[in-house]
Structures are given as structure tokens and as C-alpha cells.
Write a protein that binds this ligand. Structure first.
Ligand code: SAH
Ligand code: SF4
Ligand code: F3S
Length: 493
């Protein structure tokens, strides 16, 4: 790290990917978020903030925490950049294009900052955990006021104060394994569906992935804290919670004082009166029989599992260090389908991993045909500095990778279409979320299996569970008709 870096802030500890890879025996601390200091509680009175969020649900929920902290300091939200006194970019580092977008955005925001020097422009999230990113911001975007890492969110009141009163860029990025901070204020965006962290970090170290470096080691929130949060959400009238972790199936493995796994947690959440419970993301490796058994109890545990496979080739899976092979994955799918016959499965797939041959890619196609996912997120492999895969020889030309992605998407689209077609004429339970984005005359909501349904109905249905007959299945969404007489709140329990 250059001296300039250490000079910019007395708080600065440079993020270090090598150090991030080490996983110590250090015990995870559970800290309590302290009340906002008196002199900062009114600091945002009459002022506005705007947070732009990139990346996964973890980041979406972190933005709700950041918003909660800012609101506790008196700030109010705005959608208009020109009205904002604080603009934060909550960034994602998972692929290069995610990072490019953020640098593009920083460039675009420069004139606004020049015009209004009092504006605080900040960068947080996963990119700020990367040394190269910090360097680049210091060199090319000196007008940024504040950078803070994924372990530093709870420190925002102090950092913001520092940024408001200092002329230097304030940088605080702890390159550490991570603690757990409870009692963080949260300004949830939605009154119906809520994200709930059950664990932080990831210890899987898939060879292509930056997340274990940007998010620290796997650490689980205590069950009593998670359950209390879900109960509170149920009491407030939330209709759905999604339990969040990079690898939720590893939940509880870090407890030293008890045996309590993800299956135990779901079994307890199942008894709370919240109509729908989802979770993401499941790593196939840790998906055990007990978990399948609990999921098969149904009720508020919906029949949808996102089960990233990444590749259909055992050889590629090995080089990805996914710790399962094609046969084990297919066996898991078989067991899940046997226990939960109407389950909807979705997945993530990477094409063009270093050295992926045509035959290996075709194994992915054949696995997709065999499993018949309801839908899939598909990506072209993107090398991430500091990860083992970035050092592997990559002999697959970019054109070939692009073509593989197209071929894969064609196969998956056809399956998605066929799966949706099977719902034609069926009546499904929909949680009505609001007006459709494209047409305010149309309402939109989701099935238990997380499929988007559009239909006509009165606005009073928003927030309710209704029955909808599917009249026109499409590839990515379903069109339907509201079945008026059958509407019941909390149906499907
Ligand atoms: N923890 C989750 C995924 C987090 S990242 C899990 O393990 O399933 C979301 C998805 O991004 C991954 O499932 C993977 O498909 C994709 N991804 C991660 N790193 C990538 C990279 N370097 N290039 C392309 N896609 C990547
Ligand atoms: Fe990344 Fe693998 Fe961890 Fe998922 S399980 S976050 S893909 S390292
Ligand atoms: Fe991106 Fe960080 Fe999530 S890298 S995918 S925002 S954990």
C-alpha cells in the first residue's frame, strides 16, 4: 500500500486478499450496535440520502441497514440525485461488469460533486474490500469523500461525521474475519417481504469467487436473535421472510456451545406465524437429509430451492473446488424431488471456466436437461484478482464463451417455457406485491415457487394472498385471472 493510502485516514487498514484467505480460530464476537451518539442524532435533519445498490440480496439488505442508520441520524431518503446530501454506492465485486458499472457511475457523478462540494459521495460494499479498487479510486476519483468496507457498516455515524468535517478522503476498510453486530437499525424497503440475515461470510472458497475475501469467514447469528427478528416481522404484518446467507446450509456449524443446524432453524421458523419463508443460497454440498425432511413439512416453508450447480462436468466442478460431483448433485436433486414432489428448482451456472472443453460444456447442457430447472441465472466466467482460478490458464476464447452462454440460455428458456406451460389453467396462490412495473393497470405478485404472475384486479388486493388462474404462461412470467371468490388472507398455510 502506498503512503498516500495510509495517509488518507488514520483508520485505514488496507484490505489484503492473502490475509482474507486465512481462517483463524479467533472467536466471533457478537457486538451490540450502540445508540447513535448524541451529537450525531440530528446531523442529517432536513437532509437527504440516496443509496445505489449493486449485487446480491446481501447487499440489498445491507443497504436497508445503512438506510436505517442514516435515518437514525435524521436523514430522509430521496430518489433524486440533485436533492441528495449523501450518495452511497453499495457495490458488488463478483464479476468485472459489476465493477465497471460502479466506476462508470463514479465518473457520471463527478460533475454533481464538483457543482455541490458539500455533497458526500461514498463507496461501500464488496468492491471496497479490494485493494486494487481503493487504489484506483484514490488515483482517478479523488473527489470521493468516503470509502467503507462490509465489516464497517456499523461505524457509519462516526465515518460520516469524519467525512463531513475533514477535507481528506475517509477510508475505513477492515480486512478481518468479521464479527456479528446485533441491533442494527433497519429501514426495510418493503412492508410485505423482509430479508433476514442468518449468517455472514463464506468459507467455501470456490476457486472463481471473490465473496469469501470480501465478506469474511462464515459466522452464524444466534438462533434466538434470528427467531426474535422473524417473530417481530410477523407481528408487524410481514407476509414473507427470506433467510439470507452465502451458504445457508453451513448455518450453525460455527457454534461451539450447541448443536443447532439450518434444519433446526427452519423447523423453528416454521412454527412462527409468517405465511411464507424462503432462504438463499443453498450450497449443494451441505444439503443434508435432515434439511430435506424439514422442508418436506411444507406449511410456510415454500417449495422453491435455489441450488446453484455452476457446471454439469465433474472435472470442472473439481477445478472450481465445489466439493461435489455431477452424480452427487443429481442424487441430491432426486432425493429433494422425492420428498417434495412439486418443488421448483432454480440454479446458477458459469460457462467458460478456464479450460472448459466443448464436451464439458455439453455436460452442463445435459445436466440442465435432466434436472429441468424452472429458471437459471447464467454467467460467463469473469476472472477475479487474487482468486485461484484467475491464475489458471484460460484457453477458451471469449467468442466461444459468449456462444456457450447463448446455447445454454436457449436450452433453459425452452425448459422454463415448458414448465410454465404446465401451469396453464391451474389456480395458484399469489402474494400480491403491487402494480406491475410496466403497466399500473395490472397487479403483480409471486407464487410460492417464486414465479412472477401478472393479472387484473383492484388495488385493494395489494398485500393479500389471492388465487389466480393461469391463462397465459410465458417464458419468464405468467399471466392470469383473479379468482375472486377464493381469495383468502394467508392462504396456503
Ligand atoms: N453464495 C452463492 C453465490 C454467490 S455469487 C452460492 O454459492 O451459490 C452468485 C453467483 O455468481 C454464483 O453462484 C456464481 O454462479 C456466480 N459467480 C461467482 N463468481 C463468479 C465469477 N468469477 N465469474 C462468473 N460468475 C461468478
Ligand atoms: Fe462464492 Fe462458493 Fe462461497 Fe458461493 S459458496 S459465495 S460461490 S465461494
Ligand atoms: Fe456481489 Fe458481494 Fe453479493 S461480491 S454478489 S455483493 S456478496
Amino acid at each position: 500500500m502506498s503512503d498516500r493510502l495510509t495517509e488518507v485516514s488514520r483508520y485505514f487498514i488496507p484490505p489484503d486478499l492473502k490475509q482474507a484467505k486465512r481462517r483463524g480460530k479467533e472467536e466471533v464476537q457478537v457486538l451490540q450496535f450502540e445508540a447513535i451518539p448524541e451529537d450525531m442524532r440530528e446531523i442529517g435533519r432536513g437532509k437527504h440520502y440516496l443509496i445505489k445498490t449493486y449485487g446480491c440480496q446481501m447487499n440489498v439488505h445491507d443497504s436497508e441497514t445503512i438506510a436505517g442508520i442514516l435515518q437514525s441520524m435524521g436523514y430522509s431518503p430521496t430518489d433524486r440525485e440533485e436533492d441528495a446530501d449523501v450518495i452511497l454506492l453499495n457495490t458488488c465485486a463478483v464479476r468485472e461488469n459489476a465493477e465497471d458499472k460502479v466506476f462508470g457511475e463514479l465518473g457520471r457523478l463527478k460533475p454533481l460533486k464538483v457543482e455541490r462540494p458539500g455533497l458526500i459521495l461514498g463507496v461501500c460494499g464488496c468492491m471496497s474490500q479490494e485493494e486494487a479498487v481503493i487504489r484506483r479510486i484514490l488515483q482517478q476519483h479523488q473527489y470521493v469523500d468516503l470509502i467503507f468496507g462490509t465489516h464497517n457498516i456499523h461505524r457509519l455515524p462516526f465515518l460520516l461525521k469524519e467525512a463531513l468535517f475533514s477535507k481528506e478522503m475517509v477510508v475505513e476498510v477492515w480486512s478481518k474475519e468479521g464479527d456479528i453486530v446485533e441491533n442494527l437499525p433497519k429501514a426495510r424497503q418493503d412492508g410485505l417481504k423482509a430479508w433476514v440475515n442468518i449468517m455472514y461470510g463464506c468459507d467455501k472458497f470456490c476457486t472463481y469467487c471473490i465473496v469469501p475475501y470480501t465478506r469474511g469467514k462464515e459466522r452464524s447469528r444466534r438462533p434466538e436473535d434470528v427467531l426474535a427478528e422473524v417473530r417481530e416481522l410477523a407481528r408487524k404484518g410481514y407476509r414473507e421472510v427470506t433467510l439470507l446467507g452465502q451458504n445457508v446450509n453451513a448455518y450453525g456449524k460455527d457454534f461451539t456451545d450447541r448443536t443447532y443446524t439450518f434444519a433446526h432453524l427452519l423447523d423453528d421458523v416454521r412454527k412462527i406465524g409468517i405465511p411464507r419463508v424462503r432462504f438463499t443460497t443453498s450450497h449443494p454440498r451441505d444439503f443434508d437429509d435432515h434439511l430435506i425432511e424439514v422442508l418436506a413439512k411444507g406449511g410456510n416453508l415454500v417449495e422453491h430451492i435455489h441450488l446453484p450447480v455452476q457446471s454439469g462436468s465433474s472435472e470442472v466442478l473439481k477445478r472450481m473446488a465445489r466439493k461435489y460431483n455431477r452424480e452427487q448433485y443429481l442424487e441430491l436433486v432426486r432425493k429433494i424431488r422425492e420428498a417434495i414432489p412439486h418443488v421448483s428448482l432454480t440454479t446458477d451456472i458459469i460457462v467458460g471456466f478456464p479450460g472448459e472443453t466443448e464436451e464439458q460444456f455439453e455436460e452442463t447442457l445435459s445436466l440442465v436437461r435432466e434436472v429441468e430447472y424452472d429458471s437459471a441465472f447464467t454467467f460467463i466466467y469473469s476472472p477475479r484478482e487474487g482468486t485461484p482460478a484467475a491464475r489458471m490458464e484460460d484457453n477458451v476464447p471469449y467468442e466461444v464463451k459468449k456462444e456457450r452462454l447463448l446455447r445454454l440460455n436457449r436450452v433453459q428458456d425452452e425448459i422454463s417455457r415448458r414448465k410454465n406451460e404446465a401451469l396453464r389453467g391451474q389456480v395458484v396462490e399469489v402474494l400480491v406485491e403491487g402494480e406491475s412495473k410496466k403497466n399500473p393497470e395490472i397487479l403483480s405478485g409471486r407464487t410460492r415457487t417464486n414465479k412472477l404472475v401478472n393479472f387484473r384486479g383492484p388495488k385493494s388486493l395489494i398485500g393479500q394472498f389471492v388465487q389466480v388462474r393461469i391463462s397465459e404462461p410465458l417464458t419468464y412470467t405468467l399471466k392470469g385471472e383473479w379468482v375472486e371468490t377464493e381469495s383468502v388472507a394467508g392462504a396456503g398455510m
